[in-house]
Write a protein that binds this ligand. Structure first.
Ligand code: FAD
Length: 290
């Protein structure tokens, strides 16, 4: 199908884009990479009267590490740029590892991190990765800006705390402390498909080699990306043995709320979560030791 008629605006600054959004409110949508919004418009699931295309807003396309090691990523930064950045691969390997499993290279060339997070698909990899990495998001409107931690940003399937005038402007990822190891694993029907279950694990070993901190986040595991809080807490102080990982995986399967899909029942998703959490913890533990 073809989309319903719409007006198209192509501002060149954040201020112009925010003014357009404020003027048109809910009738307007920001257009980022278009890899979710345009198919939805073609199916007429979404019928925005106005598109505010962010492609020419160069201030939204950046990727840089600050002096304290925080990685700042502009909302319009394409997946492919992040995935291929040598410093990201070295300093935030979880991002590159998970991005390689998002859709196909063609889609990653157009799709943006900001568009992905604002879309808030609970099956999507990057929202879970953001929870695991304790990222924060800078939201801006004409009235000012605010910073929201990833855990508070996602409120339901395709729903976030963004209000009708706000734009996601920047993603901020804190540095991984020394002794950290990360891993992302998923199971999808075919490479490039959304995951039936995906797990992002971040571990840190202390000087004694024992687990000093842990974060486990899952996609396709509930109405939002899910954190397995009790499973992660249970790992702290352990030696991160195979048995420790298995115990955490068992706990994680009880913390998630898989909703099922045409591809996988909730019971199967829970089974996948158990297997993937165990394996992701083993990989992250080994990397943390290296
Ligand atoms: C065949 C196919 C397979 C795919 N497989 C996967 C997959 O495996 N995993 C996965 O995660 N995704 C997958 N996707 C979706 C893809 O990752 C999209 O790129 C992503 O969901 C949206 O990013 P975008 O930049 O294309 O945003 P758009 O489609 O342009 O926008 C998405 C939504 O976010 C809003 N928005 C965009 N930017 C902002 C902003 N800065 N502030 C506020 N709101 C904003 C838009 O108004 C819209 O509502 C797939 C897509 C296709 C077509």
């Amino acid at each position: 199908m073809k989309p319903a008629p719409f007006q198209w605006h192509a501002p060149e600054t954040i201020e112009e884009a925010l003014a357009l959004k404020a003027e048109h409110g809910d009738a307007a949508r920001f257009l980022a990479g278009g890899q979710s919004l345009v198919p939805a418009m073609n199916f007429r699931v979404a019928q925005p009267a106005v598109l505010v295309d962010l492609a020419r807003v160069l201030a939204l396309d950046h990727l840089e590490f600050s002096a304290d090691g925080t990685l700042a990523i502009g909302a319009m930064t394409r997946y492919r740029r992040i995935e291929r950045d040598a410093a990201v691969t070295r300093r935030q390997p979880l991002l590159a590892e998970a991005l390689a499993q998002v859709a196909h290279p063609q889609i990653r060339t157009r799709g943006t991190l900001g568009g992905n997070l604002a879309h808030a698909d609970p099956a999507s990899e990057m929202p879970a990765v953001m929870l695991a990495l304790q990222a924060s998001f800078v939201l801006r409107s004409r009235n000012g800006s605010r910073i929201v931690v990833a855990e508070d940003f996602f409120v339901g399937p395709l729903a976030t705390v963004l209000n009708e005038e706000e734009m996601l402007v920047e993603i901020q990822v804190p540095p991984l402390p020394p002794g950290s190891g990360t891993a992302f694993l998923e199971v999808a029907r075919r490479r490039g498909d959304y995951a039936m279950m995906g797990v992002a694990a971040v571990l840190r070993r202390g000087a004694d080699g024992r687990c000093a901190a842990a974060r486990i986040a899952l996609c396709s595991a509930g109405p939002t990306p899910m954190l397995a809080v009790r499973a992660a807490q249970g790992l702290v102080g352990t030696g991160l043995t195979v048995a420790d990982g298995a115990a955490a995986a068992e706990l994680a399967t009880r913390e998630i709320e898989p909703m099922g899909s045409v591809q996988a029942s909730p019971a199967y998703q829970r089974h996948l979560a158990g297997v993937l959490v165990r394996r992701a913890l083993a990989v992250a533990a080994e990397r943390a030791a290296a």
